[in-house]
Structure formats: structure tokens, C-alpha cells
Design a protein around this ligand. Structure first.
Ligand code: FES
Length: 191
């Protein structure tokens, strides 16, 4: 019989711990739960672009709150991914103005090119497609958000191809502010 090994409990890197500590100085000691959203973002960046139940438990432990208080937030906001994702998550706006400017066609085009269906990941693990509501940039519709960057006016195949080529050329995800001075090996900075 194969020996069973307990799954390793996730831990924040020293750089992320330092960033969390810094963030918490912005809140009164008895209101540290208010830092939940940014800490979930740190957790998502640290652990491969998604927050597993174990990672959400770690966030709860870090803030000394109940796990359910993290689950209810992580499942409410579409910014948090609850299952494994590809290297780049493309958040496609599907609200009225973007729809009028061709977001349906954009989504179909992205599905065809990447091989991913909305809600899923391309077979090569490079792209995950998600539909989201208004990204507050309606004047530049149709819009796709990838992490902190907006790709605007994606109403031609050329514009879409340029976005995908730029993303494919990124070997590593961008280094996050709290990682700049980190001594973490690059392998831990990739997803
Ligand atoms: S409707 Fe797409 S950004 Fe507002």
C-alpha cells in the first residue's frame, strides 16, 4: 500500500508576510479584518493565481478571523479565482456598452484562438477566460482586463492578436511590489 502523506499547509513567503504586516499598520488593531481584500490579492498572487480552501484558511488564520468570513468574501468577488487558472486570466467585460461594441464576438474569437471556453483554461495552460461585469472603462469598449492591465478597443482581430502575442511573450508574471527585494527563486514567482 502506498504511504499517504498529509498535504502541505500553505505558508506565505517572508516577502508576502512583510507586506501583510505593512498593510495591517494601515488599520486599527481591532479592525484588521478590513485588510481582507488586499490580503486575498496577495494570497492569490502567491499561490498560483487562485485561492484554494486551504489558502483561504491561511488568510483567516493570518487575520485571526473565522474561515467562513473569508469564504463569503472570496466567493462574492469575481476577482478571486476559486479553482486553478492558466498563466494569464482574461477577464472579458460582457456588460451593455461592451456588448454593443462586440464583446460577444470578442469572446467567440478568444475561445476559437485559445481553445479555452469561458470559465475554462486553454489546453496549454496559458489562458483562462472569464466573463465579468462592467470594468468601468466603457468609453474604450470592448475591454479585457489581465491582472492590473486593461486591453482596450479590442474590436478587431489585429487588436486581439496583439494582446495575445504580448501576453504569450511574458515568460513570468510581473514581479509584484512586495516581491521586488525578495530573495525567492524565480521558480516561485512563476505561474
Ligand atoms: S461595460 Fe465594459 S467597461 Fe463598462
Amino acid at each position: 500500500m502506498e504511504p499517504t502523506t498529509a498535504p502541505t499547509k500553505p505558508q506565505f513567503s517572508p516577502a508576502a508576510q512583510a507586506e501583510i504586516k505593512r498593510l495591517l499598520t494601515h488599520y486599527p488593531e481591532d479592525r484588521s479584518k478590513s485588510a481582507l481584500l488586499p490580503i486575498l490579492h496577495i494570497a492569490q498572487a502567491e499561490f498560483g493565481g487562485w485561492v484554494s480552501p486551504e489558502v483561504q484558511d491561511l488568510v483567516a488564520e493570518t487575520l485571526n478571523i473565522k474561515p467562513i468570513e473569508v469564504y463569503e468574501v472570496a466567493t462574492f468577488y469575481t476577482q478571486y479565482n476559486l479553482k486553478p487558472v492558466g498563466k494569464h486570466v482574461l477577464e472579458i467585460c460582457r456588460t451593455g456598452p461592451c456588448m454593443l461594441r462586440g464583446s460577444d464576438e470578442l469572446t467567440e474569437h478568444l475561445e476559437r484562438i485559445t481553445g479555452a471556453k469561458v470559465g475554462g483554461t486553454s489546453p496549454d495552460g496559458t489562458f483562462t477566460l472569464k466573463e465579468v461585469e462592467c470594468l468601468a472603462a466603457c468609453g474604450f469598449a470592448p475591454i479585457v482586463q489581465v491582472r492590473e492591465k486593461y486591453y482596450e478597443q479590442l474590436d478587431t482581430p489585429e487588436a486581439v492578436d496583439a494582446m495575445l502575442n504580448e501576453l504569450k511573450s511574458l515568460l513570468h508574471r510581473p514581479i509584484l511590489p512586495w516581491e521586488e527585494n525578495s530573495t525567492l527563486p524565480n521558480s516561485l514567482k512563476n505561474y
